[in-house]
Write a protein that binds this ligand. Sequence first.
Ligand SMILES: NC(=O)c1ccc[n+]([C@@H]2O[C@H](COP(=O)([O-])OP(=O)(O)OC[C@H]3O[C@@H](n4cnc5c(N)ncnc54)[C@H](OP(=O)(O)O)[C@@H]3O)[C@@H](O)[C@H]2O)c1
Length: 381
Amino acid sequence: MCWVPNQPLSPPHEYLFFYQIYRRPVKYKEPEIEEQKPMKTDQYPDPAPVFPQIVTNAVSKLKNRLQEEYERTYPDLGDLVRIVLDEEEVKAWELAFPHLFLPDLVEEHISQLGANKYSTTLRQPNERQTMKNGKLAGKIAVVTGASKGIGADIAKQFAAEGAAVVVNYASSKEGADRVVDEIAKRGGKAIAVQANVAKKAEIERLFSTAKRAFGKIDILVNNAGVYDWSPLEEITEEQFHKHFDVNVLGLLLATQEAVKHFDSTGGNIINISSAVTSLTPASSSVYTGTKGAVDAITRTLAKELGPRKIRVNAINPGMVETEGVRAAGFDQGDLRKSIEAQTPLGRIGQPEDIAPVAVFLASSDSAWITGETLRVAGGLR
Ligand SMILES: NC(=O)c1ccc[n+]([C@@H]2O[C@H](COP(=O)([O-])OP(=O)(O)OC[C@H]3O[C@@H](n4cnc5c(N)ncnc54)[C@H](OP(=O)(O)O)[C@@H]3O)[C@@H](O)[C@H]2O)c1
């Protein structure tokens, strides 16, 4: 048997490897890999005895390298590790493990999973240790609308506390990828998954992707939201439906799907509502209407889901300086000044003011809290 490259190779070849894939005897076309036991590198099949000695040597060198990489990084299931193969190693891989993995199919495999970005997880042991001891260690969280603003910060804080995070976005792939990269650089686990929360089929794909990537789901943060204020006479049907579709229907669809995936230990839902539900500012009827619905849904679902050990709470932020707020121009001019003047703590918020509260509600520190709407607004009421 001889090896013929199907494309010219010029070292080094850099590939992304799922430990899941090369540690387990799964066929490429079978994505249901989470139930299978990981395969230790010393259990890799030996190359057929008919291989020439040079190939046997190359395969044995490759196995040693994988073993070293494994010992160096101690990957968790689902971790993705970047290693560089030289030409000989690519050849060895293709001969030894063709049924496990083909390098040029990795991208396809990733897109099959519906994720566009995976974190690399070559971590320092001390960083890893910190995350292992974090308040959300071992938890899997889906954060909707996490490509920027409040959602992005919640995703990063969750990861810093040890959770693996699904960073959902609607259109800002670049923003979501940036959040995933930041998490990965600090040793955390995250994937970015596109899905419009207002579409049931996309929500189903979001959760099935999350489950395939991380094996389970424990926490949902319903953060995705739109806000476009206008006085009564300027309200349009389109504006009404867009707001209620994303801010209310999207939250219900995501919750419906998350609940299906929670296991018998329960789950945790955090809805990002708004302080507008008590402030009721003029010219915000549609937006405030959606968040009023979010508060009511939070209390209702807390009762409905409590018996299944699922807690449901809301955070009601005051004005927070985010990309969305800047784009709407809310962070400038009279509105900001008047808010600052009425706020006991004298300033508008930053995403970092909200994320730790989400960590609190997602963690066992708040184990006996459900159905609450928690205003986080510098004292403004
Ligand atoms: N900032 C504030 O002052 C403030 C105050 C109170 C409450 N809130 C609430 O906090 C949440 C986040 O606000 P923010 O200021 O951080 O907003 P932002 O900066 O505008 O970010 C909004 C996020 O939601 C995502 N998104 C929008 N529509 C979506 C959809 N249909 N499906 C999935 N994702 C969608 C966006 O994704 P893409 O980037 O891909 O479009 C983005 O990631 C909202 O629910 C908002 O109502 C904000």
